[in-house]
Design a protein around this ligand. Structure first.
Ligand SMILES: Cc1cc2nc3c(=O)[nH]c(=O)nc-3n(C[C@H](O)[C@H](O)[C@H](O)COP(=O)(O)OP(=O)(O)OC[C@H]3O[C@@H](n4cnc5c(N)ncnc54)[C@H](O)[C@@H]3O)c2cc1C
Length: 600
């Protein structure tokens, strides 16, 4: 008897991007609906061709609320069903323009030496840093492998297929492979290429390239809206959806969610802030899921947090503040959408056409002259020497500026891939305002180093602090000494990361009494007396003897007696510090530098 011809697999390619999760995922949700239908079952038993492709996964967890479930059910048959999809190929492309991929390339055809990567090195434009540094590379890999594992456990044979390169090329290549004939039959028919939409110019280019391949081949191309935004070993957290939910559970059950408002300006420790940013950035979790977890906590219906302060008592200061921060995230995304390429321009949104109209809240609506910056490859014409700028930049990046808070944050970032929002604001302000160096170098360095790098959040926040973005109050500067006094009142953060200063004597530290004058030496080590420097082996150390700048901040008996904006603390007295973050506005509590002096 002639063998029954095997039906040609109808393949849907799902290009994973910043949506590395199974639950609350619009594409997996659509597929979960087809997997229950009879149309799917009749074809699901097909042997998958090589490269292995995935049978549509079993239904993932239902959406986070009954309201969403109803909305999905009302939305008619699954789109994948309409396309007659029988197989799914989840594909993650490590983008060669953002992640250096030469390490993935093993050997050339002769098998003797390493083949050269066909792509230019994935370095940043201005400073030439690796665009994805080791911390984020690890986090991305963990998130991809976490999803792979999940799909495997659901019986998806290929789980997630990974490739390196440019999305358009990879998709083109896979589509051609499927259309090849073997014994008179094609390997498969790609009927759909789907992905979730992203903001950003590179991301738009990826979408355009993939769309072109799909259109050339007559394949259904669809960009789904990923509703991961809210309106719609320091960082010891593993990547992936499971870890993201464990973190959310911990935030509710430990009380950190309730306490967030009063702790969020902290700098040291795990629970002063949510540490959800990387999960949100990579879509392992959505802002909506965070919201619903908080709703459950507030309503007292959630499994996590029973007995914890605030459980079942409605919205509290902590949950409201988390929602507020999530709105900043949405806001930055909308800025990226509006200002496009000028997100990366040195003159920022302010320099962009139409920026004036977006700044209606300006105290002074008159157009401001563009800021002058120091560059590493040329003089700005203000008598600066690019060689000295390069030297200063290197010290800034390596955390040897001589300003304790800045050095602590930069070292923390380099070693862990994370630093707090409070520290980020100070670091950005230090580069842009105190050093006057091209702020994009700082943004690029963050892009390289941060685990939670997010294009809109990073560049938007850098612009904001550098004074070229949408901050309605321009010309504000953080004073990193005063900020350290306010937010690191016991000097613990600086001591944690700046090893050479760990033994600076602060007074009766164990009792929580630190002497303010001694703290000043921790926050700017040039102020340590010569005996202390000698004792600690700091004599002659460049960052101590020759800081990039000296900030003449002092703690005086009466406000303003040093001519700056210092606070009255009582000279020489002991200082317990106010509670961290008290009364502070998140992005707004910047102060004019107290007579920033010195040059480099
Ligand atoms: C110069 C600079 C660069 C930054 N770069 C990034 C970045 O690349 N990626 C990133 O996610 N955040 C960035 N931020 C914002 C903020 O610092 C981080 O989101 C936050 O520190 C992450 O820690 P968390 O999750 O514990 O935050 P939480 O304080 O717990 O806040 C909860 C969530 O709200 C959002 N959020 C908080 N603050 C902001 C903010 N200022 N702008 C936008 N969203 C915010 C984040 O998604 C965060 O996870 C940057 C801030 C500055 C000043």
């Amino acid at each position: 008897m002639p063998a029954t011809p095997t039906p040609t697999p109808r393949i849907l390619i799902y290009l994973l991007r910043h949506d590395l999760r199974l639950a609350d995922n619009p594409i997996f949700h659509d597929l979960s609906r087809i997997s229950r239908s009879s149309a799917y079952k009749t074809t699901a038993s097909l042997d998958p061709p090589s490269p292995p492709i995935c049978h549509s996964p079993s239904p993932p967890k239902p959406p986070t609320s009954a309201r969403h479930q109803k909305a999905y059910e009302a939305s008619g048959p699954a789109l994948a069903e309409k396309l007659g999809v029988t197989h799914l190929l989840p594909l993650y492309v490590f983008p060669a323009n953002q992640i250096e991929v030469s390490g993935f390339i093993s050997e050339d055809d002769s098998g003797t030496s390493k083949a050269k990567s066909p792509y230019p090195e994935a370095r940043s434009e201005v400073g030439g840093f690796w665009r994805t540094g080791p911390h984020r590379a690890k986090f991305i890999a963990e998130s991809v492998w976490d999803l792979k594992g999940k799909l495997e456990r659901l019986g998806c044979e290929s789980s997630v297929v990974t490739r390196v390169g440019l999305m358009g090329d990879i998709v083109d290549n896979i589509v051609s492979w499927y259309s090849q004939q073997r014994q008179g039959e094609v390997n498969g028919k790609v009927v759909g290429i789907w992905m979730t939409g992203e903001e950003g110019t590179e991301e738009a280019r990826e979408e355009r390239d993939v769309r072109r391949v799909a259109e050339d081949e007559g394949i259904d191309f669809r960009i789904w809206k990923d509703e991961k935004y809210y309106v719609d070993d320091a960082h010891p957290f593993l990547g992936g959806e499971r870890a993201a939910h464990q973190r959310l559970t911990h935030l509710a059950s430990s009380g950190a969610m309730t306490a967030y408002k009063s702790t969020r300006n902290g700098m040291l420790g795990l629970d002063f802030s949510t540490k959800l940013s990387a999960y949100l950035a990579y879509g392992c979790l959505t802002a909506r899921q965070v919201h619903w977890a908080m709703v459950d906590f507030e309503a007292g219906t959630g499994a996590d947090g029973f007995g914890v302060a605030g459980y079942g008592r409605g919205e509290n200061e902590g949950t409201a503040a988390i929602r507020f921060e999530l709105l900043w995230r949405d806001y930055m995304r909308l800025c990226a959408r509006k200002f496009k390429r000028s997100l990366f321009d040195i003159d920022g949104f302010r320099g962009a056409e139409g920026a004036e109209s977006s700044n209606a809240a300006d105290d002074n609506n008159s157009p401001q002259p563009p800021k002058r910056w120091k560059y590493v490859d040329r003089s700005s014409g203000l008598g600066d020497d690019p060689a000295k700028t390069r030297e200063a930049l290197l010290r800034f990046l390596s955390g040897t500026t001589g300003i304790g808070l800045i050095d602590a944050s930069q070292r923390e970032l380099f070693l862990t891939g994370y630093t707090s929002n409070r520290a980020r604001q100070n670091v950005a302000s230090f580069l842009a305002s105190h050093l006057g160096i091209d702020w994009r170098l700082g943004a690029e360095w963050y892009e390289s180093m941060l685990i939670d790098y997010d294009m809109a959040n990073n560049w938007g926040n850098w612009q904001y602090v550098a004074g070229v973005g949408n901050d309605p109050r321009q010309g504000r500067v953080f004073n990193p000494v005063k900020q350290a006094l306010d937010y690191d009142a016991q000097g613990e953060y600086v001591k944690a990361w700046v090893r050479e200063l760990r033994d600076v004597d602060l007074g009766e530290e164990e009792k929580g009494h630190v002497e303010v004058e001694k703290l000043m030496g921790l926050f700017q080590a040039w102020r340590l007396d010569s005996v202390e420097k000698e004792r600690l082996g700091l004599t002659g150390v460049e960052s101590v003897e020759h800081p990039l700048i000296r900030i003449p901040f002092s703690v005086t008996k009466s406000r303003g007696s040093d001519g700056g904006s210092s606070r009255s603390r009582g000279r020489g007295g002991s200082y317990r510090g106010r509670s961290k973050g008290q009364g502070a506005r998140r992005l707004g509590d910047m102060d004019r530098a107290a007579r920033v002096g010195g040059t480099y």
